[in-house]
Design a protein around this ligand. Structure first.
Ligand SMILES: Cc1cc2nc3c(=O)[nH]c(=O)nc-3n(C[C@H](O)[C@H](O)[C@H](O)COP(=O)(O)OP(=O)(O)OC[C@H]3O[C@@H](n4cnc5c(N)ncnc54)[C@H](O)[C@@H]3O)c2cc1C
Length: 339
């Protein structure tokens, strides 16, 4: 394993937050991950996992051993009409999706161009354009730091839900490998608003490649590129409401968008933030993007504390005016015991 002391993290998180890690370790295999755990234990420091840094807010310098699982590799097996594909945690998700299309596998095209690593994809059950990762997961391999054993969890054991999984509640499990079952026959999933129109504008019939390219084009037209304006994509989950909460929201905001979600209702966090007049609102060097109410951005030099203060302000305003509690998507990394 490779260790750097007092490592700068600014280029390792898409918010571009300036912070450092007491130690940064790149682990190329499971033995390295265990060695990183021992290294942290010997110094009485917590061990924290970082993938591509596209779904974290780093709240200050981390007095910790930050480990990046740099495990690589991908395998493809044919099983009747399916392709069973495994990828190691350190692979780049967006590149992995392209490689699955190259080998003739269908399904991941709607999850094109999501930043980050394969290993982090199960953490919040990544989703986009009407598709969530859980639909394809056969199992997830992990290293359990409590027992120091490698384990294999079935899809059901991962407890996937909307932007959620068991991994959000357990910090002692490092995902090392993901096994997905993908189809060889293409069934386009192009009902999400804008996808058909983009394909029509491109003048191409739906195929895994064309849907991938159409969604990539839509995404980068809509979202600010993190290398230009630091951000972590959507900052808040779309709230899930029960019937009473939905009625209470409609009583104060009759135009609020409401969608069926299982036995409950989903509303749009972006709409709620926008209707509260917060688009473009800035607090210090963090701001709500002027065109995308759901995207918080680093205007330059923002600290994690500034991003979190802005997020707290948005939560408070939306709750006070509309009675809905917003829940953040990104994870907060900190070593401050007060938090
Ligand atoms: C421009 C932009 C667009 C985005 N669009 C989407 C989208 O459409 N849909 C979506 O779902 N998300 C989206 N995201 C969020 C993000 O890309 C995903 O959540 C992604 O899966 C995070 O991967 P990462 O490797 O960067 O994880 P990190 O940000 O490094 O880590 C996220 C969390 O996972 C933990 N973690 C990371 N790797 C592992 C591992 N191997 N084992 C255990 N824990 C681990 C970390 O400790 C942290 O708590 C977007 C982000 C950006 C910047």
């Amino acid at each position: 394993m490779r260790v750097v002391e007092h490592a700068a993290l600014r280029t390792l998180n898409t918010f571009g937050i300036v912070a450092s890690a007491r130690f940064l370790v790149r682990a190329g295999n499971t033995a390295d991950l265990l060695e990183a755990q021992d290294f942290a234990g010997a110094r009485s420091l917590p061990l924290m996992v970082l993938g591509g840094g596209s779904n974290v807010v780093i709240a200050g310098d981390l007095d910790a051993v930050v480990v990046i699982p740099d495990l690589c590799g991908m395998t493809v097996e044919r099983d009747q009409n399916d392709l069973v594909i495994e990828a190691a945690a350190g692979e780049n998700w967006a590149e992995f999706v392209q490689r699955t299309i190259d080998v003739g596998a269908c399904g991941l095209e709607n999850l094109a161009a999501i930043p980050g690593s394969v290993g982090a994809a199960p953490i919040q059950n990544i989703g986009a354009y009407g598709v969530e990762l859980e639909r394809f997961v056969e199992h997830v391999e992990l290293l359990d730091l409590a027992t120091r054993e490698e384990k294999l969890l079935s899809c059901a054991q991962c407890e996937f839900a909307y932007r959620d999984s068991r991994f959000k509640r357990r910090t002692n499990e490092i995902v090392t490998r993901v096994r997905l079952r993908l189809a060889s026959q293409f069934e386009p999933m192009v009902d999400y608003p804008g996808v058909r129109e983009e394909l029509a504008a491109m003048g191409i019939a739906p195929s895994p490649r064309s849907v991938h390219d159409a969604i990539t084009a839509i995404r980068w037209r809509k979202l600010p590129r993190p290398d230009v304006l630091g951000n972590a994509g959507s900052f808040f989950k779309n709230p899930i409401l029960d019937a009473a909460q939905k009625d209470a929201l409609l009583a104060v905001a009759p135009a609020a968008p409401i969608y069926a979600h299982g036995g409950a209702y989903k509303t749009s966090a972006a709409w709620l933030i926008d209707v509260c007049g917060l688009k473009g609102f800035a607090l210090g060097r963090a701001a709500v993007h002027r065109d995308h109410a759901l995207v918080l951005v680093n205007l330059g030099g923002a600290t994690g504390a500034e991003v979190l203060a802005l997020a707290a302000h948005i939560r408070d305003v939306v709750h006070a005016r509309l009675g809905v509690v917003l829940e953040p998507e990104p994870r907060v990394l900190h070593t401050d015991q007060q938090r």
